[in-house]
Design a protein around this ligand. Structure first.
Ligand SMILES: *Cc1c(COP(=O)(O)O)cnc(C)c1O
Length: 254
């Protein structure tokens, strides 16, 4: 048994059945994906548009002799996505985990309108202390998801019930939850504090939604994606629904 399939099987065993494993195959060759696939892994994460696209094409080519194989692979996009690369990504992925700006969200919505498609996305929440990492602040996420609430707060009036935000502003995206990356540190307390911020914003959004705010949030807002090779055990213990693991499965990236 290869190291890759070994680790996949071990993780399936270790992770609770309601936690989804995204095998992050970025920078690794297609052969590595095939090994993970043969061990039963179906969900993969990639972070660069060209690389994702090239891998999909070569898997299609490999499968052309034996119809059906690899067609049940599901892809998540997890990296920074430029709006001029949408067509390399959006037709092929079931979830964009890394929406990190309003500009990108709007572009995905417009692309969906033009291509008659609704894209599932997560909003990337900047929980780490490194400023190099991408993502929205808490305030940005709340004002994006709950524009009625923001107006209420800002103007002091109670426009929330006026119905001016009936219907969604971005009908071609479905915002399914939050994604975050903790500070890169061996200090578990820091990682826990980062993850706790994501859990708490998620709970806040659910409570606001259930109180009738947050018109961009539906009942299908139910994904908290956090935890990677170094911190996935902490993530699982704190309530992650989805972990994204690369190095542990595929080895160090070149
Ligand atoms: C690369 C990457 C991962 C996987 O990281 P590992 O430490 O290799 O497990 C997870 N999430 C995102 C957003 C990434 O870019």
């Amino acid at each position: 048994m290869s190291a890759i399939s070994d680790t996949i099987l071990r993780l399936k065993d270790e992770l609770p059945s309601d936690v989804e494993l995204v095998a992050v195959s970025k920078f690794h060759p297609v052969d590595a994906i095939v090994e993970a696939y043969d061990a039963g892994q179906r969900l993969f994460g990639e972070s660069r548009p060209q690389e994702l696209h090239a891998k999909i094409l070569s898997l299609q080519e490999m499968a052309s002799g034996s119809p059906g194989s690899f067609s049940d692979i599901e892809w998540h996009f997890i990296g920074h996505l430029q709006t001029n690369k949408l067509k390399l990504v959006l037709p092929y992925v079931s979830l964009v985990e890394s929406v990190d700006s309003l500009h990108l969200l709007q572009a995905i919505d417009r692309w969906g309108e033009a291509n008659d498609r609704i894209t599932d996305v997560l909003l990337e929440y900047h929980i780490a202390s490194e400023s190099s990492k991408q993502g929205f602040s808490r305030e940005e996420i709340l004002s994006l998801l709950c524009p009625d609430l923001q107006d209420t707060i800002c103007s002091g009036s109670t426009v929330a019930a006026s119905g001016q935000y009936e219907g969604r502003r971005y009908p071609h995206v479905r915002i399914r939850g939050l994604m975050g990356m903790a500070t890169f540190t061996g200090d578990e307390a820091v990682v826990r504090a980062d993850f706790a911020r994501l859990m708490s914003l998620y709970d806040e959004i659910i409570a606001l939604r259930d109180a009738g705010h947050c018109h961009e949030v539906g009942e299908d807002f139910n994904i908290r994606s956090f935890g990677m090779t170094h911190d996935y055990r902490i993530a699982v213990s704190m309530g992650a629904d989805m972990v994204r693991i690369g190095t542990l499965i595929f080895g160090e990236r070149a």
